[in-house]
Each structure stands twice: as structure tokens, then as C-alpha cells.
Design a protein around this ligand. Structure first.
Ligand code: TYD
Length: 212
């Protein structure tokens, strides 16, 4: 059986990647592709528990290296329980965030060495890389406006400053330049349907077998 495909969505908080990941999964299902929609940090019981440690506004500090290691631990479990088995059985996996988040957030924004973070990430994924990564680019100003409009209280990372999100965005831009074949930059400032139209075009271009 043919190996499945791994498609990931990335961007700063509030860029709209969760909505677009769902649209991608629905689109693939409409093409009769067997899809697993998942997210990071999370996707398994252990990883969801690590997610709550990472995102709750706690009264204790988490060092940047400890933060990275928690994201990596969550990813290791996610790989073993969900992503690797799905890919081996020919399924397509759509993940809302993957290791580029660690490079952009823990590398660029927290100031850990991005190359080191990439190395650790590929150790965790056993060298598996996404077939395509959609980087949904919006300015931190637009993203913050969307987050505050949706009315939910902010998690530990969303409570960071605009400067933090500027660094993350620079990290994603650096990644997109360093791997232009894998990472596709999408203008996320438009409406949901306009953003999806850009993504659908890339899907049909990259995976001609979907054109049925
Ligand atoms: P996300 O699922 O986008 O949060 P929400 O469901 O509230 O939109 O991601 C959770 C946060 O974790 C987000 O701020 C990005 C951050 N993150 C990292 O810092 N490093 C990582 O490796 C991952 C996967 C996420």
C-alpha cells in the first residue's frame, strides 16, 4: 500500500489555521480520501495532558528549554499513536500545527537555536517531514484583533506581547524561504473563503490525483 500524506497548517495564533485545517479535511473527504484530522500540542491522551500544562496560565514558571521538551514529548506520542500508523496505512493526515511551530515559537520567539530545534524535531519524527505545509500569514495586529473578538480568555502563549508574535512571524518567513518546496505561504488576511480558495489551488496543483 502507498504511504499516506502529511499536510500541516502553521501560523501565529489567530491566523485562522484551525478553520482552514477543517476545510482541508472536508475537501479531502469529498474526494474520497481517508483523512485523519489532528492537532498539536495534543491528539492523544498524554499529549492533551501536556497541552493543558503548556497552555494554562499557571502560577509557576516554565523554562524555555522545558517548554520545548514538553512540546517535543507531546509530538513524540502523537507520532507514535496517530501520525505514523495513519501514514503507514495509506491515510492522509492533516495536522493543525507540527514541528515548524517549535522552530518558530521556541526557536525564533524564545531565542533557542532554530537549527537545534529543527534537529530535535526531526529526531522526534524519525525524519518524517510534511509533504506540504501551509503557512497562513497574517500580521500580529490582525491576529490579535481576531483573538480579542472571539471573546475567549487568553491562554499562556496568547497572552504574550505583539513583539513575541512578530518574532514568530519572522521565524515562519525564514522557514518558508529555507524550504520553498515544502512550505507554501498563504495570505491569511482575506475572508475564510478567499483563503481557502488559495489553499485548494495548491492542493490541486500538488496532488493531481485529487482532480477527479
Ligand atoms: P493552538 O492549538 O494554535 O492554540 P488554540 O487552540 O488556542 O488556537 O496552539 C497552542 C499554542 O502552542 C500556540 O500558542 C502555539 C504554541 N506551540 C508552540 O509554542 N510550540 C509548538 O511546538 C506547538 C505545536 C505549539
Amino acid at each position: 500500500m502507498r504511504e499516506g500524506r502529511l499536510i500541516t497548517f502553521e501560523g501565529i495564533d489567530g491566523c485562522g489555521k484551525s478553520t482552514q485545517s477543517e476545510k482541508a479535511a472536508d475537501f479531502l473527504r469529498s474526494k474520497r480520501v481517508d483523512v485523519v484530522l489532528t492537532r498539536e500540542p495534543g491528539g492523544t491522551k498524554l499529549a492533551e495532558r501536556i497541552r493543558s500544562i503548556l497552555l494554562e496560565n499557571s502560577n509557576y514558571s516554565i523554562s524555555y528549554i522545558a517548554e520545548l521538551m514538553l512540546y517535543l514529548a507531546s509530538r513524540a506520542q502523537h507520532m507514535q499513536e496517530i501520525i505514523s500508523p495513519a501514514l503507514s496505512s495509506g491515510k492522509w493526515v492533516v495536522s493543525d500545527r507540527f514541528y515548524d511551530s517549535s522552530i518558530a515559537y521556541q526557536g525564533f520567539a524564545r531565542g533557542l537555536d532554530p537549527e537545534k530545534v529543527r534537529e530535535f524535531s526531526l529526531f522526534v519524527t524519525k525524519g518524517i517531514k510534511p509533504n506540504v505545509t501551509f503557512f497562513i500569514d497574517v500580521s500580529p495586529e490582525i491576529a490579535c484583533e481576531r483573538i480579542s473578538k472571539n471573546g475567549k480568555s487568553l491562554d499562556r502563549l496568547e497572552s504574550e506581547s505583539i513583539g513575541f508574535f512578530k518574532k514568530i512571524r519572522e521565524g515562519y518567513k525564514w522557514l518558508a524561504e529555507s524550504e520553498p518546496n515544502r512550505i507554501v505561504e498563504i495570505d491569511g488576511s482575506e475572508t475564510i473563503e478567499q483563503v481557502w480558495a488559495q489553499i485548494e489551488t495548491v492542493f490541486l496543483d500538488r496532488f493531481p490525483e485529487l482532480e477527479r
